[in-house]
Design a protein around this ligand. Structure first.
Ligand SMILES: C[S@@+](CC[C@H](N)C(=O)[O-])C[C@H]1O[C@@H](n2cnc3c(N)ncnc32)[C@H](O)[C@@H]1O
Length: 293
């Protein structure tokens, strides 16, 4: 599979420009916390011939894809299947104490959306949604086992769905007759509840909420941001691309409140119209960067 099919990277040049800084400083070791199809990692390896990259992804398919697509860089690339919240341990186990850059491109890869179960409401697949298939909790557990109160909280907080309580109530009522087992069971339930013109946007929000819960996305993000400032060399940078307001808020607040980081991006950087036209995922992307002081 070629890299573009696996995932077309968003804001890749802008992200790497931030890591390099004004001086275009030499990078020794960079951590790509969200390897995916390897677009960011490849760019660093190509542009900075002396730089080593530690590529982390918790999805085994991302690791195996990059192991073959980036094979020619294997002497400078360390691939680690892990959760990025373990960044300190991953860096230590790779033989380093500090690194000269950290980048994150949050969310899902195109491959996950179109080929792995549960992530998309446009395909009828099992309710999985685990990025790490060794993890126990699945979307099926969330939808069929969580209480009405727990579901309502998730839908409201992670999906920003105004009538999350109503959806939670419907789920709990329906599952008395029959368990939810596929993504289309959820789509059918939502069809009865939501006017057609809001169906797609509400399904996106609902699937986002369940996915955030299954993969503990916001908790992991807060942890990796906290630890990043400890493992960066002085003057080195962390750059994060996020795709929805919940993530962006966490990044903004973590950078602003840290006494070890200086914010480089007063406002988040967004993709140019040209990139948005070529790649619709870029529309919601927001890039923020900070420097270790
Ligand atoms: C948007 S994709 C990254 C795409 C990548 N920049 C590229 O150029 O192809 C996000 C990736 O981050 C991974 N990911 C998300 N959260 C993670 C976490 N907590 N730990 C490790 N990997 C994570 C996902 O599995 C996915 O492969």
């Amino acid at each position: 599979m070629n890299d573009e099919f696996y995932h077309e990277p968003v804001l890749v040049n802008e992200t790497i420009d931030f890591l390099l800084g004004k001086s275009g400083a030499d990078l020794n070791v960079v951590v790509d916390c969200t390897l995916g199809g390897g677009g960011y990692t490849k760019k660093i390896l190509e542009d900075s011939p002396g730089c080593k990259v530690i590529g982390i992804d918790r999805d085994v398919y991302a690791i195996s894809h990059c192991r073959s697509s980036l094979a020619k860089y294997s002497d400078r690339l360390m691939l680690v299947q892990d959760n990025f919240r373990n960044i300190k341990e991953v860096i230590r186990n790779s033989g380093f104490e500090h690194v000269s850059g950290i980048m994150m491109d949050l969310g899902l890869s195109t491959y996950q959306l179109i080929s792995e179960d549960g992530f998309s409401y446009q395909r009828d697949t099992s309710l999985d949604m685990r990025a790490d298939k060794d993890q126990r909790l699945t979307a099926n557990d969330v939808v069929n086992k969580y209480s009405e109160k727990e579901l309502a909280k998730i839908f409201y907080e992670y999906g920003e769905l105004k009538y999350g309580r109503q959806i939670a109530k419907n789920i709990v009522l329906s599952r008395k007759n029959r368990e939810f087992s596929t993504t289309f069971d959820i789509v059918d339930m939502m069809r009865e509840l939501v006017p057609p013109r809001y169906l797609n946007s509400d399904l996106s929000k609902l699937f986002q909420a369940i996915r955030i819960e299954v993969n503990a996305e916001l908790v992991n993000l807060a942890e990796v941001l906290e630890d990043s400032s400890d493992v960066l060399e002085t003057g080195a940078r962390v750059a994060v691309v996020s795709y929805h307001s919940l993530e962006d808020r966490i990044v903004k607040n973590a950078f602003r409140s840290s006494d070890k980081l200086k914010v480089i991006t007063k406002k988040p950087v967004e993709a140019a119209e040209e990139e948005i036209t070529a790649n619709t995922k870029a529309r919601s992307a927001k890039l923020r960067a900070a420097e270790k002081i």
